[in-house]
Design a protein around this ligand. Structure first.
Ligand SMILES: Cc1cc2nc3c(=O)[nH]c(=O)nc-3n(C[C@H](O)[C@H](O)[C@H](O)COP(=O)(O)O)c2cc1C
Length: 201
């Protein structure tokens, strides 16, 4: 099968996201100017470079009647955020935090998640996340959009990295023991449970 997305879909549900998987989930925490915390999952997310380390995520469309989703609004006004990671044990809280809450609602409280004070940014970290990446906004890029919905890529520099000690073994990160979850298509997710080594040529 071959199709051109702009000419229509040969499926009932757009399979685009089912073709690029697993997508890591950046569980983004931020605060607004009043100090109200916000938390939401973003699977258009990844690391993009490492000197200095930078990550990106994309915010598509708005929230309620607002032009931007709360994470983007907060980041535009405070210039900082934290990337947390959902695991098989926090999957339901991660899902809850994706609801379209109002800007004045704190998703940590609504999702029954504990906050941890971050070291370098005002946005709180998710205490149950194996890793927290404290970020400063580098830039936003407006993406092409076929609709009225605004799509924005947010690039952040990782200025502080917290790793729970129990996930460090023999001076390396023990990735598998973190049980990160990742997004596939539709409502499908996966947990990272196996690995193999391949030395780079
Ligand atoms: C696993 C998962 C991944 C998501 N990825 C994205 C994404 O990459 N971009 C996006 O705009 N929304 C994404 N969403 C939807 C947002 O989480 C949702 O719109 C949320 O309410 C945004 O919250 P905020 O307004 O507090 O930023 C995702 C939802 C889930 C459950």
């Amino acid at each position: 099968m071959f199709y051109e997305p702009k000419k229509g879909l040969p499926f009932d549900i757009d399979p685009f996201k089912s073709l690029i998987f697993p997508r890591p989930i950046g569980w983004i925490s931020s605060v607004n100017k009043k100090g109200i915390a916000n938390l939401a999952p973003y699977s258009y997310f990844n690391a993009v470079t490492d000197e200095p380390p930078q990550i990106m995520f994309c915010s598509n469309g708005g929230s309620f009647n607002y032009k931007y989703k709360d994470s983007l609004s907060n980041i535009l006004s405070t210039k900082e955020f934290v990337v947390n990671f959902a695991t098989s044990s926090t999957r339901n809280q991660m899902n809850n935090s994706s609801k379209d809450f109002k800007p004045e609602e704190d998703e940590f409280i609504l999702s029954k998640l504990k906050k941890k004070k971050s070291k370098l940014v005002r946005a709180p970290s998710v205490k149950d996340s194996p890793v927290n990446l404290e970020c400063k906004l580098v830039k936003t890029i407006k993406l092409k959009s076929n609709s009225k919905k605004i799509s924005t890529m947010i690039i952040g520099e990782v200025i502080g990295i917290f790793i729970k000690d129990k996930f460090i073994k023999n001076n390396r990160v023990d990735s598998l023991s973190m049980h990160y979850i990742a997004r596939m298509g539709y409502s499908e997710y996966t947990t990272v449970t196996s690995k193999f080594n391949l030395k780079r040529k």
